[in-house]
Design a binder for this molecule. Structure first.
Ligand SMILES: [Zn+2]
Length: 145
């Protein structure tokens, strides 16, 4: 879908992204912006960015891992991470410039718009994690594609 109306909405959304707003509002607007450009996967997954966590399953043992990348820190855990005894494994952020494509586009966009929380969280949200149950290293970006 690339009608004249969609192009107009896309332009309006892009202009609005540059105004100061909360990370939550920004991410919802960013979703719209990506959707107008036809990036459906990003449209569906971006809202986790504002929440500071999301879940992926381990490709080896199948356990559900919570990927945390906010004020709580940057780690993966298969347990309730609010429990201080929960095992955590550190996340390794991706390099947005190397990831290219939509990742790089989103990262640059958030930086240019002064959305530091979003720009900081994105490389961790899509980075490398280690399963706390079986030790398998996984690419969160690949698990979400
Ligand atoms: Zn595992």
């Amino acid at each position: 879908m690339r009608t004249r109306e969609a192009a107009a909405f896309c332009r309006l959304t892009e202009e609005t992204l540059t105004t100061p707003m909360t990370a939550v509002d920004y991410v919802f607007l960013l979703q719209s912006w990506m959707a107008f450009q036809g990036a459906e996967v990003w449209d569906r997954n971006l809202e986790n960015l504002a929440e500071g966590e999301h879940e992926v399953d381990c490709p080896y043992c199948g356990v559900m891992l919570t990927i945390v990348f906010g004020e709580e820190g940057h780690f993966a855990s298969s347990e309730d991470y609010a429990n201080p005894k929960a095992q955590r494994s550190p996340l390794r952020p991706i390099d947005p410039a190397q990831a290219g494509g939509a990742v790089q586009q989103l990262y640059r966009r958030a930086l240019a718009d002064g959305q530091r929380v979003v720009a900081h969280g994105l490389p961790y949200m899509l980075g490398q994690a280690v399963c706390t149950d079986c030790g398998t290293e996984l690419s969160v970006l690949d698990r979400r594609a």
